[in-house]
Ligand binder design. Structure first.
Ligand code: FES
Ligand code: FE2
Length: 359
């Protein structure tokens, strides 16, 4: 494991952007302690509103973790009241804005310092995302839409939580430019490959045969994989089925990363997915997850790649690492960094992708 500093990414330890913190279905009025960006949070859903709240975890009274307790009677009786949460230790209550709004045993005024930080969150694509920003600014890009999300012909999977891995996110992002690993790791018969860097997006377009996801020697697999910011990768894939792969990764500590995977599959049978389609979609998600696990296993056991020994034929790793720096530096530098890498890069020996013309 290596740190942001060792990769030379910039001023900030953790990148600026939207980051997945949980699958929506797992966020209830039973608070959960979660850890990201080297800090502890309390995550819960308001009782009647259904609103998701993410607060800094430690109570300003005496430092208790708001969401890692099961035995206090406050926790046993239910800590969430409306959109507020009670501390398990002395039952101070905090609103969704993080301000203390009730101290049960004190009739004096509530001190202004009785507050925790409340984080901007959004529910999207079946998940909860937080806007993380060391400058404390407003979001500077939107979370992307998947046009088929509400289409009944598409089956939406549940998120596979791959847990945490002792790998800096840089090593995961490297994958978007790694043309040379597709054949050895995934059994792709790559014919087309290109990368494009545009603003906050890094795009990979590729095409070719595939040993497992389409019949070998037969049909083509065309994929367009796009990083929307530093953590959310959406891949449109046409193969055995039309599908979308969602891969989200979020820094837990400097050099430790949590990863999720999900798949949306278009049903083969028609306008509304049947039970049979759901079973087929789950099997396809497992196949896609198995393909992703091939990358995961390499990451898990490799040493950090601080300075690679790149040769002709490797993808544009250095451009990609430069693109990634925009999230680790003040937003004042963003445009300059984006401009320095903007464009389409063809991998040596591969034709450009037909998807470029389609887009
Ligand atoms: S430590 Fe939280 S109420 Fe006392
Ligand atoms: Fe891969």
């Amino acid at each position: 494991m290596a740190t942001t500093k060792e990769y030379g990414l910039g001023e900030f330890t953790f990148p600026r952007g939207w980051f997945m913190v949980a699958e929506s279905a797992k966020v209830t009025d039973r608070p959960r302690g979660v850890r990201f960006f080297g800090r502890e949070f309390a995550l819960y859903r308001g009782k009647h509103s259904g609103r998701v709240v993410l607060l800094d975890a430690y109570c300003p009274h005496m430092g208790t973790h708001l969401a890692r307790n099961t035995t206090s009677y406050v926790a046993q009786d239910g800590q969430v009241e409306g959109d507020s949460i009670r501390c398990p230790y002395h039952a101070w209550r905090f609103g969704p804005d993080g301000k203390c709004n009730h101290i049960p045993y004190s009739s004096g005024p509530i001190p202004p310092a009785a507050r925790v930080r409340s984080w901007p969150v959004r529910e999207h694509l079946g998940a909860v995302f937080v806007w993380y920003d060391e400058e404390g600014g407003e979001p500077d890009y939107e979370l992307p839409e998947i046009p088929e999300w509400n289409d009944p012909a598409w089956v939406i999977g549940a998120y596979d939580d791959l847990g945490t891995i002792n790998v800096h996110p840089q090593e995961i992002i490297d994958n978007i430019t790694d043309v040379a690993h597709f054949d050895p790791v995934h059994g792709s018969r790559t014919k087309f490959f290109e990368n494009e860097f545009r603003g906050h997006m890094a795009i990979q377009r590729m095409g070719g045969g595939h040993r497992t996801l389409v019949a070998d020697g037969g049909a083509m697999l065309l994929t367009t994989a796009t990083y929307h910011g530093p953590s959310l990768l959406l891949t449109r894939m046409s193969g055995l089925y039309d599908s979308w792969i969602i891969i989200a990764h979020t820094p837990v500590d400097d050099g430790v990363t949590q990863v999720w995977h999900n798949l949306l599959v278009k049903s083969a049978s028609g306008a509304v997915a049947s039970e049979q389609d759901r079973i087929a979609a789950r099997a396809y998600q497992d196949a896609a997850l198995a393909a992703f696990a091939q990358d995961f296993e390499v990451w898990k056991h490799k040493r950090p790649n601080i300075k690679g020994l790149y040769v002709q034929g490797d993808g544009p790793f250095l451009k990609q690492r430069q693109w990634y720096r925009q999230f680790y530096n003040p937003r004042a530098q963003r445009e300059e960094i984006q401009k320095s890498v903007e464009g389409i890069y063809h991998a040596k020996g591969f034709a450009g992708a037909p998807q470029t013309k389609a887009a």
